[in-house]
Design a binder for this molecule. Structure first.
Ligand SMILES: [Zn+2]
Length: 151
C-alpha cells in the first residue's frame, strides 16, 4: 500500500473504504453487516480466532462452523465486478493476490481437515438487493449443521 494515488485510481469508493478499514485494523463494513445480522438472529460467535488456520472472522464453536467475510479485491474474487487487477505494478499485484488466494484455500482445507465447516461470504454478496437472501442463507447454513457447501 505504498502509493495511495494508485489505489485511488483503481478502486471505487466502496473498495477504498474497505481498504482503509483494513489498514486501520478495524472491522470492515461487510464484517459488521454479517455480525449484526447473525447476532440479531440469536447466534453467538467468537471473532478473529487466531488459533485456527486463516484466522476466521467468525467462529461458531457449537455449530462447528467458521465464516470468512472476504473483500472482493483483497481476496481476488474471480469474475466479480469489484475485482479488477490494478493497471500499474500489475505483476506485483498479481503475485500478491494470488498468494492471498492460495493461503485462503490452504486455510479452508486445513479447517476442514480439523472438522470445521467453512463458509466464505463475499463483500459483493452483502450489497444490493440480494444481501438479505445471502445473509439468510448463511444463517441457515450455520444452524442446520449439515455438511453442505457454502462457498
Ligand atoms: Zn465479489
Amino acid at each position: 500500500m505504498k502509493n495511495r494515488n494508485e489505489m485511488t485510481d483503481v478502486h471505487d469508493k466502496f473498495t477504498r473504504s474497505y481498504n482503509m478499514s483494513r489498514i486501520k485494523g478495524s472491522d470492515t463494513k461487510p464484517e459488521l453487516t454479517v455480525r449484526r445480522f447473525l447476532y440479531a438472529k440469536g447466534l453467538r460467535y467468537r471473532l478473529n480466532v487466531k488459533k485456527l488456520p486463516g484466522t476466521p472472522d467468525l467462529v461458531f464453536a457449537r455449530y462447528k462452523a467458521v465464516v470468512f467475510v472476504h473483500g472482493c479485491f483483497w481476496h481476488a474474487h474471480k469474475g466479480c465486478r469489484y475485482f479488477k487487477l490494478p493497471v500499474t505494478r500489475r505483476d506485483w499485484w498479481k503475485e500478491k493476490l494470488e498468494g492471498t488466494k492460495k493461503r485462503d484455500q490452504e486455510a479452508i482445507e486445513e479447517l476442514q481437515r480439523l472438522g470445521w465447516r467453512v463458509a466464505v461470504i463475499w463483500e459483493c454478496q452483502l450489497k444490493g438487493k440480494q444481501k438479505g437472501e445471502h445473509l439468510t442463507r448463511l444463517y441457515q447454513w450455520v444452524k442446520n449443521q449439515k455438511n453442505e457447501k457454502f462457498l
